[in-house]
Design a protein around this ligand. Sequence first.
Ligand code: F6R
Ligand code: MG
Ligand code: MG
Length: 374
Amino acid sequence: MKITLTLAKADIGSIGGHIKPGERLMKVVNQFVTRRSKGLLIDFYLSHTGDDIAILMTHKRGQNDSRIHRLVWDAFMAGADDARKQGLYGAGQDLLVDSFSGNIKGMGPAVCELEFEERPNEPFLMFAADKTDPGAYNLPLYLSFIDPMYNSGLMLSPSMFKGFKFTIMDVEHTKGDRVIELNTPEEIYDIAALLRDNQRFVVESVHSRGNGEHCASVSTTRLHNIAGKYTGKDDPVMMVRVQGAFPATGEVLQPFKIGHLVAGFMRGSHAGPLMPVKNNSTISWFDGPPIVSATAFCVHKGKLTEPADAFDHPFWDYIRDKVSQKALDIREQGFSGAAMLPYPELEYGGIVQKMNALDKKFRVRREKKAKRKK
Ligand code: F6R
Ligand code: MG
Ligand code: MG
């Protein structure tokens, strides 16, 4: 049976700053999707990561289906209305256009989709990150699909010997989707050369070269590229099919033990380690550190099993402690150097005004030039 998984996520309002959406808002969105799902969805699951609500849906209508995308848009709009009534902070923040135009991509919410012929048992992972951008998944995807130090299946499982095809998007190109396809293992140095730059080049999808199937999908939205100004970090989602011809669940989770430094954190303008957190976690401290949740499911005839929280395990408590230390270490240096993002990535336009004003105050000293000896 061919099914589609559609995962969409948006910040439509939160309590006490950019902390969490709150129970009433979750309920409103849940009720809306329940009402509208009849005849459209097979199943759905709602969760939040930090201040963003994620809606995972299963259906048979394929990718980029306008009715599914409309449902998501309307659900977030209905939520944003309620958020305004409640006086939640940043109500409707990620809904960047006034009316729906057929596809939710490019309208604010983060979206990723996977379409496939269901295996007899079909496990997959849903990731949702807050206070960071889609490049945050570059390194984990590189390591779990390319590096035998992280994925032992690349050495041990013949179904992975042929490698994978990476589709990578240049997210700075806003006049259309500029993408490149590169194959592993032959082109891994080229892939590394692109993925080094998390703000510009983002993995959009991964396909198996063994069976041709779509196995990973990432939302590639960059809000500031859409809106032309800061409207919040992009807070990306990702889905990865696991086991069999694909990396095992643990091989996909493993790279998240690094707590690698990503862009985001306070005001979307700092570097901070990505902390793997339990599902439905809130944001705290310095509007961060950036967080990521991982929820595992099996899907059967389009029906989702109950969720299994993949980062809810004592091992990840230890990692969270280590990542906290790493976050403290980089925060020690405040605004200086690598702790903040480079100038074009600073998310608040205020810095431009400030630099322009300061620029006018600079002067070049006129010094008498020493006469050269003849
Ligand atoms: C980062 C984020 C927060 C806000 C910060 C200021 O992605 O959402 O760190 O940037 O709390 O928020 P505003 O500008 O809404 O007052
Ligand atoms: Mg927010
Ligand atoms: Mg957010």
